[in-house]
Write a protein that binds this ligand. Structure first.
Ligand SMILES: [Zn+2]
Length: 376
């Protein structure tokens, strides 16, 4: 930490020179500091999306979200315990860009042409598309600092997301469990950066520079468009994306991270080990960006292993004292138990992560499974 005087209000404060930009704790001025020359340049394009939530509201909203997903909403207050609520205002570079993609590829014919060789089954296809984004790139070195923020993009196309950037507008307008009170988008509600708009959330420092952010955004969009192009054809031969940068701004975004436990009241509680689950909420219009469900398929398979295992032992005893036919059923039950145990052991090595919003109740899609693996 080093002491510096703010170029605007002149007040001295301690600053971490590892940060790319400094923020004055007194007047909220953002400035770039050249360590060698001592020069200080105000940075004007720094905004903040106000946090509108308090910890209690976040907690209540998480329980409400669980109620919407639970088959018996009345049980939620008894069975779910919110363990922690933590808020953070994180810096993101918002890069306005336009991406033009040209692609060529081969699409298989519906009907086969006989005797013309394997290659004749395919048609040459080509196309182009253009999209504009306000692309968000994390301005922290550790993109996994907060649970769920490294995979924020949930495209409408069936593609595998392996980038951390995301379109700001569609991301910060998803996952609402109730209609937001305001029609203003999160981006439109941004204010020039001042600490007061965080409404109590800690503000994280800016570590990544614009040049890196623009390069990363271009790579993310290039990957994304490459995958979209791949959906048009069976074999993508060539794909070229040109990215035009229209502008860049720095925006602090409000997040809330909630952890909760599930303690079943039914007979399930004897088999189910409560595990901590996570939910990520945006603090402007209260959308659930990501949410983990308490009872996942892995848990159910684990419970199945125990139940069938107990049954196998019981049936084996019946076979010994009553009729040998029970041995056969015992063996069958034992095999199912062993298989379930194996499946739940394999699955539980991979962190569980469900999509946000209500549709996460039925998650089991192939894409989601693959995405889980990516996170490891
Ligand atoms: Zn100042």
């Amino acid at each position: 930490m080093h002491e510096l005087a703010c170029p605007t209000c002149g007040t001295s404060a301690q600053y971490d020179f590892k940060n790319y930009l400094m923020i004055c704790p007194f007047c909220s001025e953002t400035f770039k500091h050249n360590v060698e020359t001592g020069e200080k340049d105000p940075y004007l394009d720094h905004y903040i999306i106000p946090n509108t939530m308090a910890p209690k509201a976040v907690r209540d909203m998480t329980l409400e979200w669980l109620k919407r997903l639970h088959h018996n909403p009345k049980m939620v207050d008894k069975e779910y315990v919110v363990a922690s609520v933590e808020g953070l205002s994180l810096p993101f570079w918002a890069i306005s860009l336009e991406a033009h993609t040209h692609w060529t590829g081969l699409a298989q014919r519906r009907t086969r042409i006989q005797d013309h060789g394997i290659g004749s089954d395919f048609l040459n296809e080509s196309g182009k598309f253009r999209r504009t984004y306000r692309w968000g790139v994390n301005a922290r070195h550790n993109i996994c600092e907060l649970w769920g923020i490294a995979r924020m993009h949930e495209p409408k196309e069936k593609v595998l997301v392996n980038w951390d950037g995301f379109p700001l507008d569609s991301t910060f307008s998803r996952g609402h469990i109730e209609k937001p009170q305001t029609d203003r988008s999160a981006y439109d509600a941004k204010e020039s950066f001042e600490f007061k708009f965080a409404n109590g959330l800690p503000i994280s420092g800016i570590q990544v520079d614009e040049e890196t952010a623009i390069r990363r955004a271009s790579q993310h969009v290039d990957h994304y468009h490459h995958q979209i192009a791949g959906l048009y054809v069976d074999f993508l031969v060539d794909c070229r994306t040109e990215v035009e940068i229209a502008g860049i701004q720095l925006i602090h975004l409000p997040f809330w991270h909630v952890t909760y436990y599930y303690r079943p009241q039914t007979a399930l509680r004897h088999f189910y080990k409560p595990a901590v689950k996570h939910v990520l909420i945006e603090g402007y219009s209260s959308g659930v960006l990501h949410g983990e469900l308490a009872l996942t398929r892995t848990d159910k398979v684990g419970v199945n292993a125990i139940v069938t295992g107990v049954a196998a032992v019981f049936l084996f005893l019946l076979g010994a004292i009553w009729h040998p036919a029970f041995f056969l059923v015992a063996i069958f039950s034992g095999v199912i138990s062993a298989a379930s145990l194996y499946m739940s052991a394999v699955k539980s090595k991979v962190p569980q992560m469900a999509h946000s919003a209500v549709d996460s109740a039925t998650d089991s899609g192939g894409i989601l499974e693959a995405r889980r693996v990516e996170i490891v």
